[in-house]
Design a protein around this ligand. Structure first.
Ligand SMILES: Cc1cc2nc3c(=O)[nH]c(=O)nc-3n(C[C@H](O)[C@H](O)[C@H](O)COP(=O)(O)OP(=O)(O)OC[C@H]3O[C@@H](n4cnc5c(N)ncnc54)[C@H](O)[C@@H]3O)c2cc1C
Length: 398
């Protein structure tokens, strides 16, 4: 009997882990019920409940447990079987045989190879009832979870959704916040309800879109090659960078009370829905790390707790990129003007007013803004210059 960890394994298509486990006989799943919940935990729990219903038909148990003891032999993606990929990472390497640290050469090389295609789909069969060696726990939902609307939580529904996706505007409009052209597939990819390979099998192959799927792959490859990506800057010189510690400003950022309408709208949407458009993730992350000069790791952690698509690798790489501390980053001295970004990508104000209905002028900082853009920008730059000078014997600093 093989027990499988539900993490990224609750689907029928492109699921070698489960298909292979079934070759050995009966299977069962264990799903860990968290004590402290993130938004993604709540979503995964909902997926697991639907999965349990589906598995009942085949007498396949899905047990809700408090933890998986280290010594127990539970199969999991990333352990017995690699996660499904589009390209073989060990093939996409530099001339010196090292993993790429920059996305563009990774992307160019990746495109030289045919993408991997879907592997075995699971053929479900009814099995004999099995004894359950786990003690089951009750699900104590956090109170806030009752009011959130979650994305689709059944694979069948996600596959139906894939058939409806239209990428004709994607390349030109993927940055637009109001007239959205993005796919919102990230929760399904993060939880493993669907794989990138299945998405391609549905004919979703528009180049700008595939490029984004490869960004995800690049993030995962980086986390595999450099597991410290979630803890310290890939651009190691930034380890000495003096971030500010300011709990009051950090809390105002989290709550969407910075006084910058585009930032506040995005942070409130995140809190209430677990979703934020990519452009807004960049604007809010830039605001935290440049205008407030607060450590990118604090923002990264907050996103991990609140995003419904929270993905360690993508989140960490993107935070490093925005903060300017990664190898392939937009440099620290490039500072977004949130008001200009708002005018460009959320011009009509509809989006901002949805989340900040009291704001009069949607493209102006409010009277109670926590910092003034010009001043904050100057401070960030002089701070950066000073740090650079203190490390001036170090030729690697940009
Ligand atoms: C600070 C910051 C934090 C982020 N944290 C996460 C995270 O925790 N989880 C996550 O899945 N994405 C993260 N992203 C990447 C990106 O914002 C989301 O993947 C995207 O907004 C999801 O919306 P979508 O599915 O409509 O994207 P689409 O534009 O439709 O893209 C299709 C898919 O490509 C992948 N993708 C797109 N952009 C990126 C990117 N920049 N990096 C990696 N993969 C990408 C996603 O899987 C996405 O579902 C983060 C970006 C930033 C700037």
């Amino acid at each position: 009997m093989i027990w499988i960890w539900t993490k990224e394994a609750m689907r029928t298509r492109d699921n070698r882990l489960v298909a292979e486990a079934m070759e050995h006989g009966a299977i069962g799943f264990v799903h860990v019920v968290p004590k402290k919940w993130t938004m993604r935990d709540v979503y995964e729990m909902k997926i697991a409940i639907a999965w349990r219903e589906k598995m009942k038909t085949y007498n396949i148990p899905v047990v809700f447990v408090s933890h998986i003891p280290k010594e127990s032999e539970v199969w999991a993606y990333g352990h017995q079987i690699e996660r499904p990929k589009l390209v073989e990472w060990t093939q996409i390497v530099t001339g010196a045989g090292k993993p790429y640290q920059k996305f563009t050469p990774f992307y160019k090389k990746a495109k030289m190879y045919p993408f991997q295609v879907e592997e075995a789909s699971v053929t479900w069969r009814k099995q004999e009832k099995v004894e359950i060696p786990w003690s089951e726990v009750d699900v104590q939902w956090p109170r806030w979870s009752k009011t959130v609307t979650l994305p689709l939580y059944r694979e069948e529904d996600v596959l139906t959704y894939l058939e409806t996706i239209d990428l004709s505007r994607y390349a030109e409009a993927r940055d637009e916040i109001e007239n959205e052209a993005v796919t919102r597939l990230s929760p399904y990819l993060s939880t493993g309800l669907v794989t990138s390979r299945t998405i391609l099998a549905f004919g979703l192959k528009e180049e700008a879109f595939v490029r984004q799927l490869l960004w995800r792959e690049f993030a995962h490859m980086t986390a595999w090659a450099q597991p410290h990506v979630t803890e310290r800057p890939l651009y190691e010189k930034f380890q000495t960078f003096p971030w500010r510690d300011d709990e009051v400003q950090f809390t105002r950022w989290c709550r969407g009370e910075t006084g910058y309408p585009i930032v506040d709208a995005a942070m409130r949407e995140l809190w209430q829905t677990g979703y934020m458009h990519n452009r807004l993730r960049m604007i809010t992350a830039s605001f935290l790390t440049k205008h407030l000069r607060i450590d990118w790791r604090k923002g990264m952690k907050y996103f991990m707790e609140t995003l419904v698509d929270a993905d360690e690798a993508s989140n960490a790489l993107n935070w490093q990129w925005v903060a300017g501390v990664g190898v392939d980053s937009s440099p620290y001295f490039r500072i977004f003007n949130p008001l200009e970004q708002g005018k460009k990508y959320a011009a009509s104000g509809t989006y901002i007013r949805t989340w900040c209905p009291k704001v009069q002028d949607v493209h102006r900082e409010q009277n109670d803004a926590i910092v003034m853009h010009d001043e904050a920008r100057k401070h960030a730059l002089s701070h950066y210059e000073q740090w650079k000078q203190n490390n001036s014997n170090d030729s690697h600093i940009i």
